[in-house]
Design a protein around this ligand. Structure first.
Ligand code: NDP
Length: 480
């Protein structure tokens, strides 16, 4: 079995422990054994990133462009192979896996350009003979902690801006998906980047993650993952004065109004709720439907959901891949049971599937007759489970949509400009979609949420610089 090492200070470093990376579509398929770092190795990576920070902060925009462009170009050239690897380890279908890889390439291309575009401002001082200059400088050493559901795109949208704006990186991927992370860093290792600028430290969150978060040598932490871990990280990192950026869960509403195009609405719900096995922080998990279209919508969506083909992520006919692991599958099933216990009606799916290969398969679940106070409508499931809530009219639907501690993404299906406009203005979410699924975003504009979903500056697009740079104001007096 091939062993894959951590990348620390420009070298591939073996570890005492290795963890098998299991294919969720076929648990007899072990993709490889991946190093599991301890605290000592993590501290070495931090020291390497610290030592490289000063010199990298003064690298030219051209050097940064060349490196980011090299990484993007190789990702594009290997999109089929990397996409297949991603599908094999995470369980996304092949088009979803390749799509995510291409997204990573686009992000590196975008930030190659951003390295050239970073500029400051100048202004006149209120004092005579004085000029004022506002510039942006790198923050320094950034620790990145990423989840399993987007194993290459999320690391890309953290590493690319960090490098473009002159920071050094210690990257800790989720333990369930080390292969995409390792492949990305292997490309980065050949990009001409000086040693120590990017370090890969695979290993458990409670060891590698906590060491990064508590180290005085790490100037900023960018985290994507669950609310519980995010809050812990914020408490520790903010207490020592580090920058913190958190992207956490969602309980994203999709409102369907009486005047919606039925096919558009059903397609938005189907795509948003179940594709990528519902394992997206932007998944449409609450479908809030007004009276006049309720019966037709539920009937059509039930038929479409029941027809979804669940199977091996790499089978060309599969529409919905497996759940990531046994623990997540059990949690999904438990949420379905709790919804039924509280009065919901399971209209299709919701069961584990035993297919030819042993994997973590589940038929997508649609639950009707749910109310906003039920657990299924309050907590993030993070699986192929969607609930339907009936609303009397637009006003009630909007109130229900906003009645959540989360605020990542929201959507409305309507042909009314009036309601679309009102929803865009009043929805308490970081991203609002009209006649589109709540999941599925562009790479060149800000990504992030409100309320319990996010903390700190937005990720992606030019807004990423708010986290990865520090503003400096300089005053110059030229003399008499
Ligand atoms: P977790 O919060 O469990 O893990 C996220 C990362 O944190 C992993 O790398 C994990 O490492 C690490 N970690 C675990 N414990 C600690 C710790 N004590 N200190 C520091 N780091 C730690 O989330 P999942 O990976 O299970 O991802 C699913 C969650 O992520 C969902 O709730 C989802 O909503 C959210 N998510 C949010 C997104 C957003 O942009 N808003 C996007 C994608 C997912 P390890 O794997 O080793 O445990």
């Amino acid at each position: 079995m091939t062993k894959f090492n951590n990348f620390i200070n420009g070298e591939w470093i073996p570890a005492d422990r290795y963890i098998p990376n299991i294919n969720p579509s076929d648990i007899s398929d072990v993709i490889g054994e991946y190093a599991s770092a301890d605290e000592v190795a993590t501290r070495e990576a931090i020291a390497a990133a610290r030592a490289a920070a000063e010199s990298w902060a003064h690298s030219t925009p051209q050097e940064r462009f060349n490196i980011l462009d090299f990484i993007a170009t190789e990702i594009f050239a290997r999109a089929d192979e990397l996409g297949e690897l991603l599908s094999r380890e995470e369980g996304k279908t092949l088009p979803e896996g390749k799509g995510e890889v291409l997204r990573a390439g686009q992000i590196f291309k975008f930030f190659a350009g951003e390295a050239l575009r970073l500029s400051g401002e100048t202004g006149a001082s209120v004092r005579p003979g004085v000029d004022v200059e506002i510039t942006r400088e790198p923050v320094g050493v950034i620790g990145m902690i990423t989840p399993w559901n987007f194993p290459i795109a999320i690391p890309a949208w953290k590493i690319a801006p960090a490098l473009a704006y002159g920071n050094t990186v210690i990257f800790k991927p989720a333990e369930l998906v080390p292969a995409s992370a390792w492949s990305l860093v292997e490309i980065i290792s050949r990009s001409g980047l000086p040693r120590g600028v990017v370090n890969l430290v695979m290993g458990p969150g409670r060891v590698v993650g906590e060491t990064l978060v508590s180290s005085e040598q790490v100037d900023g932490i960018s985290f994507t993952g669950s609310v519980a871990i995010g809050h812990r990280i914020r408490a520790t990192a903010a207490a020592r004065g580090a920058r913190v950026q958190l992207e956490m869960g969602g309980k994203n509403p999709l409102v369907v109004l009486d005047d919606a195009d039925l096919d558009v609405a059903v397609n938005c719900a189907l795509q948003g709720a179940f594709y990528s096995t519902g394992q997206r922080c932007t998944a449409s998990s609450r479908l809030i439907v007004t009276e006049g279209i309720y019966e037709a919508f539920v009937e059509k969506l039930t038929a479409a959901t029941a027809a979804l083909k669940v199977g091996d992520a790499r089978d060309a006919t599969t529409q919905i891949g497996p759940v990531i692991d046994e623990k997540q599958l059990q949690s999904n099933l438990e949420y379905v049971e709790s919804a039924i216990r509280e009065g919901g009606t399971l209209v299709c799916g919701g069961q584990r599937l035993d297919l030819e290969k042993r994997g973590y398969y589940m038929q997508p679940a649609l639950i009707t007759d749910t109310t906003p106070d039920m657990r299924i409508n309050r907590e993030e499931v993070f699986g192929p489970v969607a609930s339907v809530i009936r609303a009397a009219d637009y006003d009630e639907a909007l109130t229900v949509a906003n009645d959540t501690e989360f605020g990542l993404s929201s959507g409305i299906c309507t042909t009314s400009l009036k309601y679309a406009r009102d929803f865009k203005r009043k929805s308490q979410a970081g991203m609002v979609m009209v006649n589109l699924p709540t999941a599925g975003v562009d790479y060149h504009v800000p990504f992030g949420g409100r309320k319990g979903s996010s903390y700190g500056p937005r990720e992606q697009g030019a807004y990423a610089r708010e986290f990865y740079t520090i503003v400096k104001t300089s005053y110059v007096w030229a003399g008499e």
